[in-house]
Design a protein around this ligand. Structure first.
Ligand code: GLN
Length: 251
């Protein structure tokens, strides 16, 4: 079995070590004997997104987002087509914002988004930052495998963004905020989920303390070509302890 991974703009959207999410995704697949093909794609590189099982893009400051937005907008229709055909995707913060309809930066400049997600983002004056604890959307809890017999249905991470994101009718939030700010510090939502595509403000990198969500992504990425795959359990003692420490600290 092989899983094909596309890391989009690794040189430009990689705030707070977001590339660590790709390393964690690939290792957790390899530890189960799944062969991994990882391709790094940046500005003007040719790519056919439906060739891949999982696409990742990280966060970035407004400047980096500006460098990426034209290239990403051009790729929009084929990226949307890939997600509509079941390709899994994870985008973080700045990358997440650019996959919505638009991102209006602090200086008032509006970057067009890809329109994959029914959402928009507008920068506020105060940065929303700090450790964050979330309760996974109920529709996603069913896809979470127990880690060493423990059912994790929370997410922990670190957020730092000025953007306030507002979700439209055709998408679900990734989670609800237990402690922290989330999408906009007001409506209690965090992130977004549409089909097998997920966006979140959680840096960290996000998957390091959320192994259960990493495995959900792997399962979603494999489904299109292989159907439901039972992933062998891994020894996640360290990751679960790190998760529980933050969960206790934030509750
Ligand atoms: N520049 C965007 C904001 O400040 C995204 C920042 C990030 O990716 N952490 O909201």
């Amino acid at each position: 079995m092989r899983i094909r991974v596309c890391h989009l703009y690794p040189d430009l959207l990689n705030l707070y070590g977001d590339r660590g999410n790709v390393l964690i995704f690939c290792r957790r697949a390899e530890w189960r004997g799944i062969e991994v093909q990882l391709d790094l794609i940046s500005l003007s590189d040719q790519v056919r997104f439906t060739d891949y099982d999982f696409i990742f893009t990280g966060g970035g400051a407004d400047l980096d987002q500006g460098l990426v937005s034209k290239d990403l907008e051009m790729r929009g229709p084929v990226l949307i087509d890939a997600v509509e055909h079941g390709v899994a995707l994870l985008c973080i913060c700045g990358g997440y914002q650019l996959l919505g309809r638009y991102y209006r930066a602090q200086d008032g400049a509006t970057l067009p988004g890809v329109g994959l997600f029914d959402l928009y983002t507008e920068a506020g004056s105060r940065r929303l930052k700090g450790n964050i604890l979330l309760d996974l959307d109920p529709e996603l809890k069913g896809g979470i495998m127990p880690c060493r017999g423990q059912q994790l249905d929370t997410l922990v991470g670190f957020e730092n963004h000025s953007g306030r994101t507002f979700l439209g009718e055709t998408v679900r939030p990734l989670a609800r905020v237990i402690r922290g700010n989330g999408n906009n510090g007001d409506d209690g939502t965090e992130g977004v989920n549409y089909k097998n595509a997920f966006g979140t403000y959680l840096h960290g990198p996000f998957l390091s303390k959320n192994p259960h969500f990493a495995d959900l992504l792997i399962a979603r990425a494999l489904f299109r070509r292989h159907g439901s795959v039972d992933l062998a359990p891994l020894d996640d003692t360290l990751e679960i302890n790190a998760h529980r420490v933050m969960e206790r600290r934030l509750r």
